[in-house]
Structure formats: structure tokens, C-alpha cells
Design a protein around this ligand. Structure first.
Ligand code: ADP
Ligand code: MG
Length: 235
């Protein structure tokens, strides 16, 4: 489905939150490297899609009403065979139905398990004064507790992307430490610029989060994606 078709569909259903599967399709169309995800509506489908991608896979609850999937037992990683996929599907459904009984559940998002990397977050939100602003930071505890992030106003130039990465206190983590290889900072710059260009030409997007992105010695890939649309913007 094209970006426009996904946005139109959400609008028709009067939704502003895109699911992870939809968000990733949009992000991929925008040329951003992302772990592909496919919706499975039953255990049988989940197993079939897992075999199509190849093991190990990750299963996540697919719902337009759920923002933080792992908080409610909605994410199972490192599944290596069909039995584990079936079990994970059942466990996700039981947990999510118990914790979010009112949520509409489409099924699960099935995706390949990405190899571990340095966790990054790239986000966009709209400032009432400056409009779209891009945020960059290290993922996990560093962002949540230390708020070690940097911001730049859209549209970003190459130099902004370069600087905002080097601005965070945690930058040495990306240079490699204790024998860890350095991360591909050029790939992160490229991803930031693609997000900037994409949100600039797609004003209906109110918020965008790539959290986490895994950064590697070579390349980077978005592992989770979330897009929120403007409630009353013209399409
Ligand atoms: P949420 O942010 O909604 O709780 P995520 O999709 O970010 O859910 O998943 C939670 C965590 O699981 C991620 O931070 C990441 O560490 C891990 N994870 C998710 N998807 C994958 C994947 N495809 N490959 C490897 N790890 C993953
Ligand atoms: Mg996430």
C-alpha cells in the first residue's frame, strides 16, 4: 500500500495512531531502513509469516489503541521455531486482553529479529512556535532518565544532522568503547535527514518515533516505528 492509501485508510477509520505495521510501511516508502513487519491475524498466519521471513522472529501486538506494546506483555523476541511462535501468540493475546480489555486487536505483527546494535531514538514532534522539530538521542535508559537528547528544527541541513549527533553527552558511546566497534554515524545522519525531508513533505504527520533504531558498525535500522496523524488536518 502507498503512503497515501495508508493515511486515507486511517482517516476513514477515524484513527490518528497508525499501527506499527502501517507506520513501518510508511517509513519504508520514505526510504528509511526499517525491519519489515507483516500483520498475522491468527496463530496459523503467524507461523506461516515467520517461516516466510525465517527464524528467529519477533511477535508484537498489532492494535491501533496501544502505544507502548512491551509494557503490557505485547512483545516477544527471539522466537526460533513454530512452537514458540504459537505459544508467544497465545501469551500476547492473554496478556493484552487482560491489561487493555477495550483495545481493538488486529492480530500480531511478525518480523525478523534484528541483530543487537547500539540503541538510538529519532523522533519528530511539532512545536507550537517552530513547527516540526527532530529529536536525536541514545535509546533506553539514557533517554528516559538522563534526557540526553538534542533537537533541530525542520528542515535540517547535512550539517544540522552532523552536529545534533555530536551534541549529546553520550556521543562517545557511538565512537566505540571497551572494544565495541564504532557505530555508523554517517548512516544515522542519513536517517535523520530522510526523516526531516519526509515530515516536511507530509504535514499530516503530527508525531513520528523511531524507537529504537539499532546502529551497527555498518548501517542502521529502525526496529520500532510509531506515527500519529493530525486530528483535523486536511489530507
Ligand atoms: P514498544 O516500544 O511498543 O514497547 P518495541 O517494538 O520497541 O515495543 O519493542 C520493545 C523492544 O524489543 C525494543 O526496544 C527492542 O529492544 C526489542 N525489539 C523489538 N523488535 C525487535 C526486532 N525486530 N528485532 C530485535 N529486537 C527487537
Ligand atoms: Mg519502541
Amino acid at each position: 500500500m502507498s503512503i497515501q492509501a495508508i493515511l486515507d485508510n486511517a482517516r476513514r477509520e477515524k484513527r490518528v495512531l497508525l499501527t506499527e505495521v502501517e507506520s513501518k510501511q510508511v517509513i519504508e516508502e520514505a526510504g528509511i531502513n526499517v525491519v519489515k513487519a507483516k500483520l498475522a491475524r491468527s496463530i496459523k498466519e503467524a507461523v506461516a509469516v515467520s517461516k516466510e521471513f525465517g527464524f528467529p522472529v519477533v511477535l508484537k501486538v498489532a492494535s491501533p489503541d496501544i502505544v507502548h506494546k512491551s509494557d503490557i506483555g505485547g512483545v516477544k523476541v527471539g522466537l526460533t521455531n513454530a512452537t514458540q511462535v504459537s505459544k508467544a501468540y497465545r501469551e500476547i493475546m492473554t496478556s493484552v486482553k487482560q491489561k487493555e480489555p477495550k483495545a481493538t486487536i488486529h492480530g500480531v505483527s511478525v518480523q525478523p529479529m534484528a541483530k543487537p546494535g547500539v540503541e538510538i531514538i529519532i523522533g519528530m514532534s511539532k512545536d507550537p512556535q517552530f513547527g516540526p522539530v527532530i529529536m536525536f538521542g541514545l535509546g533506553g535508559i539514557l533517554v528516559e532518565i538522563l534526557k540526553d537528547v538534542s533537537f533541530r528544527i525542520v528542515p535540517l541541513a547535512k550539517r544540522d544532522a552532523r552536529e545534533m549527533i555530536r551534541d549529546i553527552k553520550g556521543y562517545p558511546v557511538l565512537e566505540g568503547y571497551r572494544g565495541q566497534p564504532p557505530s555508523d554515524v554517517a548512516a544515522l545522519e542519513d536517517m535523520i535527514l530522510k526523516v526531516s525531508a519526509f515530515v516536511e513533505r507530509t504535514p499530516v504527520i503530527k508525531e513520528l518515533d523511531l524507537n529504537p533504531v539499532f546502529a551497527y558498525k555498518d548501517g542502521a535500522i529502525a526496529v520500532d516505528a510509531r506515527i500519529v496523524l493530525e486530528a483535523d488536518a486536511p489530507k
